[in-house]
Design a protein around this ligand. Structure first.
Ligand code: PGA
Length: 247
């Protein structure tokens, strides 16, 4: 199982960041669950550069630029130099701040150019009765993958994050049957896009109101490979409880 802890802008002081890092390291050692932390950029820089643990680091986003006179932008090259292994690309909170499918496709190219593995977020705004949400997911996945080389496509980690389920609580997360169905659908679309039509090696995560109350059920009833966790990843007690549900 892979857990990506998306700290978003919840963590604003170094002491909290260090405490969460210590928790992540302990959990990775104790449980064998693969833990990836995605802190805000300044903390990521401090923690990732000296990291020798089993925990890996992810950027929450990267700039679409390639450097130069671009005030405020943090490029894939800079993140790679800071010690990140992964980058979340296309999170719905970045999409609502202006990231289009075209920008997301470019960002994927940038991360691969620097040896970073993308965690590509896709997900519908709402579930309609006619199954249009399936077309939304298919389109986002296809537009993101098409510019990539076949070998790169295999490495993309897909995080299915239905927007209607993000930032609430376990009662509002997806049900396990719906998740099982969507995971199969994503693997089917992925297979169409991958060399040899084989998506069995691709990792598919779920994100959206995952908490200690629902993580075990979601993991048990679907073929999901892990989770992208927001609010429940920034409280050490809650995060420990959540990860321990997986062992
Ligand atoms: P949440 O966030 O766990 O707070 O719903 C998940 C995400 O947005 O990645």
């Amino acid at each position: 199982m892979l857990i990506v802890a998306n700290w978003k802008a919840y963590i604003e002081d170094l002491a909290k960041a260090k405490k969460l890092f210590a928790t992540g390291k302990r959990l990775a050692r104790m449980t064998g669950v693969k833990i990836v932390l995605a802190p805000p950029a300044p903390f990521l820089g401090m923690l990732a550069s000296r990291n020798k643990s089993d925990v890996a680091f992810s950027a929450q986003d990267i700039s679409v630029t390639t450097g130069g006179a671009k005030t405020g932008e943090v490029t894939a090259a800079a993140y790679a130099a800071a010690g990140v292994t992964y980058a979340i690309i296309g999170h719905s909170e970045r999409r609502s701040a202006g990231d289009t499918d075209a920008i997301i496709a470019e960002k994927l190219v940038r991360v691969f150019a620097h040896g970073i593995i993308p965690v590509l977020c896709i997900g519908e705004h709402e579930r309609d009765g006619e199954g249009h949400y399936l077309a939304v997911v298919r389109e986002a996945l296809t537009l993101a993958m098409e510019p990539l080389a076949p070998k790169e496509r295999t490495k993309v980690i897909v995080a299915y994050e239905p927007i209607w389920a993000i930032g609430k609580d376990a009662a509002f997360a997806i049900g396990s049957n719906d998740l099982a169905e969507m995971t199969l659908y994503i693997r089917k679309v992925l297979a169409e896009l991958l060399p040899g039509k084989n998506s069995s090696r691709s990792l598919v995560l779920y994100g959206g109101s995952v908490e200690p109350e629902n993580i075990r059920m979601l993991a048990a009833n679907s073929s999901i490979d892990g989770f992208l966790i927001g609010h429940a990843s920034v409280d050490p007690t809650l995060f420990s409880l959540l990860v321990k549900q997986l062992v």
